[in-house]
Design a protein around this ligand. Structure first.
Ligand code: AMP
Length: 435
């Protein structure tokens, strides 16, 4: 068999059900805050990422999937989503100079060392608010994400936040940071020795224990912020207090990509285990468009890892809202008579695919005796079975069996009013599920 590439992952049912659910909640929450969907290509000119993410970052210097196309152009599979969105914004006459609030979802590619929660193709959802420097937009974004993670059941997700200043105030901090680490150069890991020249801020979040142990007494960036950055930061934190979002100011929080200014933040959780505790990260990128040769457009955004979020959703089985249902028709006549009802039920369930919906498992449209059906239903993990045979058909009934509680109720079937019958069946199942 041809093997899957290292660091890549197939997602098949039933796991993909969680993906659908996450995407659905994302769509619902993000659009209700006024963020519209953007879809950009997964492949871009290499230069876009070199200029935006930064030549000296790990992502650009070590991790990109880059090749030449048949026209000898250097192209790259996107390692992140923001650069493409800002490129699309800047090249769209409709949006230029206006406020664009948008979200995206899709695969990203980084040639990293695969481990739990780290892949070479992984999915991110992201939000961007392009064209505003208001700290209230930073606050709205953090508030929205806090709500989103709670809604999908990750209630221990918390915010780590910092301000990393701007091109005005950051150079003085960088100088002092380099001076601080120069005296400890010999104790730094190989990567960090290099970062002293190329990207000193990244010394603050090196995951190597020998480097993190050197952080005692490291200069605090908050003390270097200019007035404008200080005011921005204070307003944001005041908003978060007012909005009752719990956060932790972490002066050592920096981000892996070069384009950030002022606000940086991460949503972290203790439940992921291992070294990867970040569900996602974001911040302001007021100078990114200038790095691309255009006028500066103040903006703020966030990217969340889908696989890591799904890993946590898997542990929260109880809060998932797809109810697996098994259809058990005991003879061909009943199966054929009830077929329109079963299909109407499936249609209704997808039309009403809000947060709670039915998902039909193992339905091969075969009649069997009840023992065989119930054994298949058990193996499939179904929570409910819809059962009918000659007896139910004769009296126009359908049994709804709660397979967990081992209780059965009967419902009247009106084949001339399928909508009403379907409504009654769903209502009964949701009711049972909540009781
Ligand atoms: P970043 O763009 O590096 O800030 O990443 C934002 C989020 O995407 C991280 O917090 C992770 O949740 C996720 N992520 C980044 N890289 C990977 C990867 N290689 N595999 C899986 N998830 C990732």
């Amino acid at each position: 068999m041809i093997q899957l590439l290292r660091g890549m992952k197939d997602i098949l049912p039933p796991e993909s059900g969680k993906w659908e659910e996450l995407q659905h909640v994302a769509e619902e929450v993000f659009s209700s805050f006024g963020y519209g969907l953007s879809i950009t290509p997964v492949v871009e000119k290499t230069e876009l990422f070199v200029r935006s993410v930064g030549e000296d970052t790990d992502v650009v210097s070590k991790e990109m999937y880059t090749c030449k196309d048949r026209g000898d152009e250097s192209i790259t599979l996107r390692p992140e989503g923001t650069a493409s969105i800002i490129r699309a914004y800047l090249s769209s006459p409709e949006w230029k100079s206006k406020l664009l609030k948008t979200w995206y979802w899709g695969p990203m590619f980084r040639y990293e060392r695969p481990q739990k929660g780290r892949y070479r193709q992984f999915f991110q959802f992201g939000l961007e608010a392009i064209g505003t420097d208001s700290p209230h937009v930073d606050a709205e974004l953090i508030y929205l994400l806090n709500h989103f993670y709670k809604k999908i059941g990750i209630d221990d997700a918390r915010v780590e936040i910092n301000s990393i200043g701007c091109p005005e105030c950051r150079p003085a901090y960088k100088n002092d940071l380099v001076a601080f680490f120069m005296s400890k150069k010999e104790e730094l890991c190989g990567d960090c020795k290099g970062r002293l020249d190329t990207n000193p801020l990244r010394l603050l979040d090196c995951k190597n224990p020998s480097c993190s142990s050197l952080l005692v007494g490291v200069p605090n960036i908050q003390k270097y912020l200019c007035n404008t950055c200080t005011t921005h930061n204070e307003r944001l934190l005041k908003d978060l207090d007012k909005l009752k979002v719990v956060y932790n100011v972490n002066p050592n929080l920096v981000r892996g990509l070069d384009y950030y200014t002022r606000t940086v933040f991460e949503f972290v959780t203790d439940k992921l285990g291992g070294r990867q505790n970040a569900l996602g990260g974001g911040g302001r990128y007021d100078v990114l468009s200038a790095q691309l040769g255009e006028k500066a457009v103040p903006s703020v955004g966030y990217a969340g890892g889908v696989e890591r979020t799904i890993m946590l959703m898997s542990e929260l089985e109880g809060s998932l809202n797809k109810i697996p249902v098994y259809v058990a028709m005991m003879d061909d006549e009943t199966l054929e008579t009830y077929l329109p009802l079963i299909l109407e039920l499936k249609k209704y369930s997808s039309e009403h695919n809000k947060i709670k919906s039915l998902v039909f498992v193992e339905d091969d449209f075969k009649s069997r005796d009840i023992k065989k059906h119930l054994s298949r239903a058990d193996k499939s993990g179904a929570k409910f079975a819809l059962i009918a045979g000659a007896y139910e058909l004769r009296d126009g009934l359908l049994s709804i069996k709660d397979l967990t509680k081992k209780q059965e109720t009967k419902i009247k079937v009106d084949l001339n009013d399928l909508k009403k019958t379907v409504h009654d069946i769903c209502g009964r199942i949701f009711e049972e599920e909540n009781s």
